[in-house]
Design a protein around this ligand. Sequence first.
Ligand SMILES: Nc1ncnc2c1ncn2[C@@H]1O[C@H](COP(=O)(O)OP(=O)(O)OP(=O)(O)O)[C@@H](O)[C@H]1O
Ligand SMILES: [Mg+2]
Length: 265
Amino acid sequence: MSTPFEPNEEQPLLQAEGLTHYYGRRLGCRGIDLELHEGEVLAIVGESGSGKSTLLKLLSTELPPTSGQVSYRMRDGAMRDLATLSEAERRLLLRTDWGFVRQHAEEGLRMTVSAGGNVGERLMAVGWRHFGEIRDEAGDWLDRVEIARTRMDDDPRTFSGGMRQRLQIARNLVTRPRLVFMDEPTGGLDVSVQARLLDLIRSLVAEFGLAAVIVTHDLSVARLLSHRIMVMKEGEVIEAGLTDQVLDDPHAPYTQLLVSSVLAA
Ligand SMILES: Nc1ncnc2c1ncn2[C@@H]1O[C@H](COP(=O)(O)OP(=O)(O)OP(=O)(O)O)[C@@H](O)[C@H]1O
Ligand SMILES: [Mg+2]
């Protein structure tokens, strides 16, 4: 993303130190340090098995770290070590402050609930009670993600892959989260569908000033969406910096290889 990012807050929104996870004896990722500020988009790139999804799961408390810690600035301004949150506090964060867009929409949607219900459910979780208002807001969000309101009562099983992904985005953003985690949000879609979805993600992220951590193995996705980039290999970060700088002038030999293989493709 070519617009420079200037944090307006001293303190990061999300901070990780020495984040490490082993699956038994197999390394997931090791020694990861990062900071993410409000409104900032960080891309995590690297080959298959490099630890991207593991890192995302650690950041979002889906996996407990083997060592290291993740802190998050709560709405009251207090920086909290996520490992010390009560289960109720953690769930509240997941429902309100955070979104999680999965690569496979089936994992992020309730497939047997209507499209409107998928969006409305998140509103009810944050205290909306009035049926008509919930339906109106859900309808507005379907408009935003370019799903016809006439599909409101259909369930996502009847949707195409791209529509499901857009519905997932509506479901996640309707509660105006501050931070969204995305794991390969455009993976597995046709190139033309990907391009539209990327445009949509880019405009919503900008409109709401969202902070996001986006996992992708596609450098063009990172280029389009992110301010900063981290390159992973074998569970470790081998290069990090401003996206345009890293992609235009990669230092690590592995990043050079990644960038040149994209150019050659
Ligand atoms: N549930 C699991 N049990 C055991 N090992 C796992 C598990 N999940 C991941 N791993 C291992 O951890 C390492 C990192 O995997 P991870 O899924 O984080 O990679 P990734 O970068 O997301 O890959 P991909 O691009 O294919 O999604 C790999 O060696 C993988 O085999
Ligand atoms: Mg993965």
